[in-house]
Design a binder for this molecule. Structure first.
Ligand code: AMP
Ligand code: MG
Length: 411
């Protein structure tokens, strides 16, 4: 028996980030930045107006009020995108739009609400104070500043920042390509005619979907029947990917073919992990490629993926945070278990009186895929724990991204 954290440590030691690639910035969304991004100039590059109004010299309008307006001569109109190159002096103003560079010689903008147009002149009805309504050069980003750091998970604001730095291409970590193979004589492909006694291959699809959700690119290898040559050929085909996932054939009671073949092809460990579901797990390297042999039961394969494969794929993709968000929830019902294994219990979460409460999805059998469909999270009950009574606080791993806000202490 190996502990969950020992198995994970052993696995992550063998997994390293993949190489990097340059992509157009819109393709970088959700990927991990593989370079530091430095600013080559200030943003904004020059002082500019924060309002539509009039650029003035503060000293000219100090005494301005509704009752005693100050009258200035308007030299011109300055829309955003244009530069005013004229000289300015006392008693003068320029009509200026938001974002237009502040003409040299002016230091303040009077918002249009505090003015009254009067032909070639303008009446200033209030004094905003020196320097008001100006965005200063470099107040957003300073030239030379490291704006984004290697390892950053790129969200929409990062993409916008890259655009404003005129970076159309960016280096990101490669996405792991993951070969997914289901094993077993009993399996029927999704579009094969129904046959009595067969089991539809759902694992290839739930696992491929988990791969995609973890930032990887799934490659479907289909089903290998329990025959040596077929299995070996599919595994060899899978070696073109960065990582291989098989499901089925690694349990203690299993017909030994999968275990035998994998051992012959590489350096494999066959573990019993101290967890339920997902106790049997094979992990090792075949021709320098990591291979996970996941159990065949539909729930077990998904929970083993969550614990071991997802962090591995995130590490390969350059992510710094390898784990799902967790939260503390209050149990709504008693849960009894034996000591010895960590239990991952499928649950739903409800928000009541400012606290999150967890209810189990009912029957926890490892073949009950509908319990994964219902599950918004996994209650983690430690190895040594036996009874977890209603009202107790438990750790919950969040699976449903629409609930991730619950993990925030502010929600
Ligand atoms: P195994 O780990 O091979 O002993 O499989 C355990 C159980 O999981 C058996 O009932 C299998 O039929 C089922 N199973 C195995 N592979 C798949 C699969 N790809 N899709 C759905 N169920 C599977
Ligand atoms: Mg089998």
């Amino acid at each position: 028996m190996i502990l969950v954290e020992e198995a994970l440590r052993h696995i992550l030691e063998k997994i390293s980030p993949l190489g990097i690639e340059r992509v157009p910035i819109l393709q970088a969304l959700g990927r991990v930045l593989a370079e530091d991004i430095l600013a080559l100039r200030n943003i904004p590059p020059w002082d500019n107006s924060a309002m539509d109004g009039y650029a003035v010299r503060a000293e000219d309008v100090l005494s301005a009020s509704k009752e005693k307006p100050v009258i200035l001569r308007v030299l011109g109109d300055l829309p955003a995108g244009r530069v005013f190159r004229g000289r300015v002096g006392a008693g003068e103003a320029v009509r200026i739009m938001t974002g237009a560079p502040l003409p040299q010689g002016f230091d303040t903008v009077v918002p249009v609400e505090d003015t009254e147009k009067d032909g070639e002149r303008v009446k200033i009805l209030a004094s905003p104070g020196k320097g008001k309504n100006i965005r200063l050069s470099g107040e957003d980003v300073k030239s030379g500043e490291r704006v984004l750091e290697e390892g950053t998970l790129l969200r929409p604001a990062h993409i916008g920042m890259l655009a404003s730095l005129q970076r159309s291409m960016v280096s990101v970590y490669q996405q792991p390509r993951v070969a997914v193979l289901s094993t077993g004589d009993e399996l029927l492909e999704i579009d094969e005619p129904w046959e009595d006694g067969k089991i539809v291959n759902s694992n290839s699809y739930s696992l491929a979907a988990l791969v995609a959700e973890s930032g990887g690119i799934p490659i479907q290898l289909g089903i290998a029947k329990d025959r040596r040559e077929e299995l070996a050929a599919k595994v060899r085909q899978g070696l073109a990917a960065d990582l291989l996932l098989t499901s089925g054939g690694v349990s203690v009671g299993d017909y030994d073919l999968v275990k035998e073949m994998l051992s012959e092809m590489g350096r494999m460990n066959f573990w019993k992990v101290a967890m339920r579901p997902g106790q049997p797990l094979a992990f090792g390297m075949i021709a320098e490629k990591p291979l996970f042999g996941l159990p065949g039961n539909p729930v077990s394969s998904m929970i083993s993926f969550e614990q071991f494969v997802r962090p591995s794929l995130l590490k390969m993709g350059g992510h710094k945070n390898l784990f799902r968000p967790t939260l503390q929830a209050i149990l709504k019902e008693d849960i009894a278990k034996k000591a010895g294994l960590v239990h991952f219990i499928r649950c739903r979460l409800v928000w009541e009186k400012g606290e999150v409460h967890a209810t189990t999805t009912g029957e926890q059998g490892s073949a009950i895929l509908s319990s994964m469909v219902k599950a918004q999270g996994l209650i983690v009950l430690p190895r040594e724990q036996t009874l977890a009574p209603a009202g107790e606080k438990v750790k919950v791993i969040l699976l449903d991204p629409s609930l991730f806000h619950l993990a925030s202490p502010l929600s």
